[in-house]
Ligand binder design. Sequence first.
Ligand SMILES: NC(=O)c1ccc[n+]([C@@H]2O[C@H](COP(=O)([O-])OP(=O)(O)OC[C@H]3O[C@@H](n4cnc5c(N)ncnc54)[C@H](O)[C@@H]3O)[C@@H](O)[C@H]2O)c1
Length: 247
Amino acid sequence: MGRFENRVVLVTGAASGIGRAVAERLAAEGARLCALDVQEEALSSLGADLRPAEVETRRCDVSDEAEVEASVAACVARFGRLDALVNVAAILRADLLHELRTEDWNRVIAINLSGTFFTCRAALPHLLESRGNIVNVSSTAAVHGQPYAGAYAASKGGVLALTKSIAIDYGKLGVRANAVLPCDIATPIFGQFQMPEGGDWKLVKRVMAPKGSGSPADVAGVVAMLASDDGAHVTGAEVRVDGGCFA
Ligand SMILES: NC(=O)c1ccc[n+]([C@@H]2O[C@H](COP(=O)([O-])OP(=O)(O)OC[C@H]3O[C@@H](n4cnc5c(N)ncnc54)[C@H](O)[C@@H]3O)[C@@H](O)[C@H]2O)c1
């Protein structure tokens, strides 16, 4: 029997990379899933790939609080409960801070940080009923910064602080919250990185794992542990999956 039999999990950013690997891993362990993303075609192919697992796929921009509220409500309407929320959706923008446009700063914060807040807020009443848990995908950027990614690092620091605060506020009520901090995982997000003019590759190499890049499945296994009963005594934790980038 899988660790997620009879459990319902909502995953954001499920169409690609780490989110997709999380959806695949949880479905393989018996979860019923609500998979959210803005990439509709990739979401449909995820739903087809995961059959016969029960998967509700839905286009949802996590920066839109009304869409988030409606998506969480649709998930609970379909499956009748919610046991875990895994926040994976994010974008990366690369700039030197003095050249970063306000609209790019706002977009990164809106998706990566406000989006995480919106899903947590909408999911918590249901997680309180199920004594469920939240896993938020932050980044080692939250604690070490990241070259040419000030907005991204700030958003991920916010996600980490939000996660720890949820763990404090809701721990007594039986809801856990943990953060996973990946670094150097081979996914399409790297396509969003463009070296700023005059940038220094030596700085970028600081966030490359000495043993080579990890895979989305490497992160998914850790997320699955934290979201399952194997993580029953783990809350408020920041778990690095960084291949030794900062060892
Ligand atoms: N790949 C890495 O090395 C690395 C390192 C540290 C942290 N992370 C984090 O891991 C998570 C997954 O990233 P990934 O590497 O798999 O990249 P990815 O680009 O493959 O996945 C991100 C997903 O988020 C979705 N998304 C973007 N904006 C959205 C929005 N407004 N609403 C809903 N979905 C949206 C994208 O469509 C995509 O499917 C992110 O939170 C990222 O910050 C990745």
